[in-house]
Design a protein around this ligand. Structure first.
Ligand code: ADP
Length: 363
């Protein structure tokens, strides 16, 4: 098994750490996604792996090869690493046909002409562009150009495929389709892939594991289900699944499986606490919109709220319920009349965290 290992990788620009002591291991055949808001350090991490940028410190190894070592000043150039890279901008040569663009990857690696023909044919078939081999990039749609970029990155059978927001120039429908074929190709070829995106749906649907990043730090690492169902940080809960965050509460009591929070205004909420919390300390509560119920449930917390106007979304309504001044977004099959009312939230759907110290440093 060849693992890519990043140990304490840091990239400093002046006084800013674009990435700060990042530790990530990627297993053979794994599809790993770096997910986070713009500016959180995803592209910097990918560029450090590709060799397109040099970290300020740390170590990157791939199997028994050291790609970068800040201590001994080792840094292999990108061509010696031999990874396939696909960017958001397709970066195709406009004066070369589709097949020449793909072939160039093999020419640069001095592969024989007959072998090149065979592999270019295979790669174009893989991405469904055999019929477009003789066209120029300007004669293709955005989605087709992105397929050429992928064919070019996989044609030389890279040990690692690096993808930086490869689908973000496509419109919503094409992006949905592209997610599926891209994932199928990665699986079919057994490639190890590292994928950068700020799109939670892309990350959840394609990844074996997700690394949630913020402000140059890794916030949480896990399978899509772990990240979605068991966030260990309020940022994971709010960025993936858009949880409502309620601040201003204090931990009123701590029990074996959770805690009770006293909210501003005097109401209380019981819930699960993924991290240690202590009585009397400040609390940040996370609740996903779809977990807010409008019918009475004996096992749930009941909160008195004031409902705002509802917005129609086609298959459901979105509405705000105000807890004092704090709005909680909820989703409902039918709109609730504006004004005073109640909501119910099951205890297991209430996540209680300590305050988010890094929240100011959001990017
Ligand atoms: P992401 O890919 O998550 O959007 P980046 O890795 O591009 O984020 O950037 C991380 C941080 O590093 C940002 O704050 C960005 O402004 C900073 N940064 C990136 N490249 C440079 C650069 N060449 N010079 C100065 N700051 C940079």
């Amino acid at each position: 098994m060849t693992d890519l290992v990043l140990s304490d990788v840091t990239r400093r620009y002046g006084s800013v750490n674009a990435i700060d002591h990042i530790n990530i291991t990627v297993g053979a055949g794994e599809f790993l996604t770096l997910l986070g808001p713009s500016g959180c350090g995803k592209s910097t991490t990918l560029a450090a792996i590709a060799g397109l940028d040099q970290p300020t410190g740390g170590r990157i190894s791939f199997g028994d090869r050291t790609l970068f070592d800040g201590g001994s000043r080792v840094s292999l150039p990108p061509e010696a690493r031999g990874f396939g890279v696909v960017f958001q901008s397709y970066a195709l040569w406009p004066h070369m046909t589709v097949e020449r663009n793909v072939d160039l990857s093999l020419r640069l690696r001095k592969v024989d002409a007959s072998e090149r023909d065979r592999r270019v044919g295979e790669a174009l078939e893989l991405v469904g562009l055999t019929a477009y081999a003789k066209r120029y990039p300007g004669e293709l749609s955005g989605g087709q150009q992105q397929r050429v970029a992928l064919a070019r990155a996989v044609v030389f059978r890279p040990a690692l495929l690096l993808l930086d927001e490869p689908l973000s120039n496509l419109d919503a429908q094409l992006r949905g389709e592209a997610r599926i074929w891209l994932k199928n190709i990665q699986r079919e070829l057994g490639l190890t892939a590292i994928y950068v995106t700020h799109d939670q749906e892309e990350a959840l649907s394609m990844s074996d594991r997700i690394v949630v990043m913020r402000g140059g730090h890794v916030i949480q690492m896990g399978t899509p289900q772990e990240i979605y169902e068991r966030p260990i940080h309020p940022f994971s809960a709010s960025f993936i699944g858009s949880a409502n965050l309620i601040s201003g509460g204090l931990i009123a009591a701590v029990s074996a499986d959770g805690a009770t929070v006293g909210l501003p205004g005097g109401q209380t909420l019981q819930g699960h606490a993924p991290l240690p919390v202590r009585q009397g300390e400040a609390a940040l509560v996370a609740v996903r919109p779809q977990n807010i119920r409008l019918t009475e449930d004996a096992d749930a917390n009941r909160l008195l709220v004031r409902f705002g106007p509802a917005n129609y979304l086609g298959d459901r309504f979105e509405q705000e319920a105000f807890l004092g001044e704090s709005p909680l977004r909820l989703q409902a099959a039918r709109p609730v009349p504006e004004g005073e009312g109640s909501i119910w939230i099951a205890r297991q759907d209430v996540l209680i965290f300590p305050p988010d110290e890094g929240a100011k440093d959001k990017t």
